[in-house]
Each structure stands twice: as C-alpha cells, then as structure tokens.
Design a protein around this ligand. Structure first.
Ligand code: G3I
Length: 318
C-alpha cells in the first residue's frame, strides 16, 4: 500500500508526519519505520524542545536532546516542527514559582523563545510558539504567563520567535478546537486580534487528540473558518483512542475516523499537513494518561499496521 507521506503529497499536502521522542530512538525497528521519508515527511519532538528540557534553570540552555531529533530529521530529509516555546505544562519550577513581575517575566519569555527558536534557525518548518492558551470554555488559561501579563504574553512570544527565525511559520496550537464551539471561536478571535495588531502569526495547530466514534461533524467547517483568517492550519497531534480491548469493530470504526479526519484536511486547501502523535501504540502517551484507553495510533505495539493505516490512505485519496 501507499506510504503515508507519498499519499499526502499526492493529495497536495506538504507532509504527513509523526511525533517521536528521544528514548524511542534506541529501538532500531521503530527508527527504521520513522526514518522512511516516504512514510513520514515531517517529525516533531514529543518532549525534547519543551521549556523543562531546554532551559531547566534560568539562562542555562541545553539542546542535546532536541538536537538529536533535529539531526535525525536532517539526515532523513524530513521537515521539522518545533514544539514548543510557551506552555503551562512541563514548565520548570523556577518559572512557575519565581513570582516575577510583568517586566521580568516578559524578558524571560523573550529570552527563552528567542534562544530556543534561534538555536534551530533554518531547521524548522513551523513552531508551536504558544501551546494550549485556552480553557475549554474559551477563556484564557490562568497560568503563570496569563496571570502575570494577560494575553500580551502571546504577542511577546510570537514577536521573539519571529525575530529569532524569520523563516519559521509561527503557530498557536491547542486541543478541543477540532469542531466549532466556544474554544474554536476564542482561537478565531485571538488570531483576528493578533493580525489587527500586526503581531506575527502564520498558523493554527489543531492537536486532534480524538476518541473513536467521536470525530466532530464540524471538523471541515472549522478548519475552513480558521484558514479564512489568512493563516494556515495543520493537524499537529492526531491520535484516536478507544476503550481497551481493541475489538475488530472498534478498529473498523477507528479506520473510518482516521479517514474522516484526513479527508477534512485534504478538502481544505489551507490545511497543509497532518502529524500523528507518534505512530505506534508502543509509544503512545494515551494509556498512561487515560486509564483503560489506548490503541490510538495506526501501528500496533508490535509495529504492525492497523486498519487505521488504510483509513489514512483512503482519506488522502478521497
Ligand atoms: O523526564 C522524566 C523522567 O526523568 C522521569 O523519570 C519520568 C518518570 O515519570 O518522567 C519523565 O517525564 C515524562 C515526560 O513525558 C518525558 O518522558 C513525564 O512524566 C510525562 O508526563 C511526559 O508526558 C508527555 C506529556 O506531553 C506531558 O504533558 C508526553 O510524553 C507527551 O507526548 C505529551 O505531549 C503533549 C503535547 O506536548 C501537547 N499536547 C498534548 C500532548 C499529550 O499530552
């Protein structure tokens, strides 16, 4: 059957990609599939470019792990997405508990995003500069950044990222913005306000951590309302989980669901690519977070393709 990046390109998309993580790179059978650029034209580091990994103490930057992923992408001829500059999670305690005033936290964000994005200048297709800024009701998440700076923290981060790598596409990335609703409307309003203020913003990342049988019926319409803002859209962290065990019926529904998501991206010209949040159930984040759930990815834990794989191919061919 058709390799997935080949299928994506034939459908007019820039890439089909996968997240990966450093510990997995010691698994040769895993790396062999990951490194096939006809299968994955893009990779995203699942953890190693995050704040706790890159600036564990103030002003001390470590890029060893992130560089390993960047070098892998380079060696394989794959695009690289940077993930991420500013997020409330995996944030070192020196940031969360520092009690910094607005001016100091602003300069901390500028230094962090400027240094990390600058380190990878020229190597990154797109950066998730701001990750998960919203609560599910569309209000801003009350994290240390928002509580100290209000929504200005978003423009501070984007401006620093643009200065550090003018060629990288700058994204805001979030979950539960697949269908229309309060959270997607909040994203629309944020992007409008950033554009009105001439803050650099190039893309909206739709994470798409979905549940079998529950792909929102408004997905395609929602992708269209995002691209109508004059930004590109990418599906950045796709997985579709189920309650275990994985029965034939659930795997068949999962195949349909993958096809539906891919077909929606295909139908919207500004939806430029799709990334799955790792490719095999062996390394999925799902079971450790949602007890009793899993089997969310197109390859099983033995690195065998599941029906979902054919759903992806069918979605790109639709
Ligand atoms: O690095 C420590 C290690 O030192 C320690 O021994 C070990 C013991 O638990 O934990 C390690 O940290 C783990 C880290 O992944 C690195 O492996 C954390 O416990 C674990 O919580 C963390 O999970 C990551 C999660 O983000 C954290 O929020 C997942 O791997 C990663 O896939 C996931 O990715 C997020 C995206 O960034 C944003 N969108 C949602 C998505 C899924 O949660």
């Amino acid at each position: 059957t058709t390799p997935l990046n080949t299928a994506a390109k034939a459908a007019g998309k820039k890439y089909f990609g996968s997240a990966t993580d450093n510990p997995e790179l010691s698994d040769p059978a895993y790396v062999k599939i990951l490194s096939d650029s006809t299968m994955f034209g893009q990779i995203t580091p699942g953890n190693s470019m995050k704040w706790d990994a890159t600036e564990p103490s103030r002003g001390t930057f470590t890029f060893t792990q992130g560089d390993q992923i960047a070098n892998l992408a380079k060696a394989n001829g794959q695009l690289l997405r940077g993930h991420n500059c500013v997020w409330h999670n995996q944030l070192p305690s020196w940031v969360t508990s520092g009690n910094f005033n607005a001016a100091t936290l602003s300069s901390i964000i500028t230094t962090h995003c400027g240094t990390v994005v600058g380190h990878y200048k020229g190597q990154i297709y797109s950066w998730d500069v701001v990750n998960e800024p919203f609560n599910d009701d569309g209000t801003f998440r009350q994290d240390v950044f928002y509580n100290t700076l209000g929504q200005d923290y978003i423009s501070i981060a984007l401006t620093a990222a643009r200065a550090a790598d003018p060629d990288a596409k700058l994204y805001i990335n979030d979950y539960n913005i697949e269908g229309t609703g309060a959270k997607s409307t909040a994203m629309v309003n944020l992007v409008k306000s950033l554009k009105a203020a001439n803050v650099p913003i190039d893309g909206i990342g739709v994470q798409a951590h979905l549940i079998v049988g529950q792909v929102p019926s408004t997905l395609e319409a929602n992708l269209r309302q995002f691209t109508a803002l004059g930004v590109e859209v990418a599906i950045t962290e796709l997985d579709i989980r189920m309650t275990l065990p994985a029965t034939d019926a659930l795997l068949a529904q999962q195949k349909k669901d993958y096809q539906t998501v891919i077909a929606a991206c295909k139908a919207v010209s500004g939806c430029i690519g799709v990334t799955i949040w790792d490719y095999t159930d062996k390394y999925s984040w799902v079971p450790s977070t949602f007890s009793g759930q899993g089997a969310a990815l197109p390859w099983d834990a033995n690195l065998n393709k599941k029906p979902a794989y054919d759903g992806i191919v069918a979605g790109f061919a639709s």
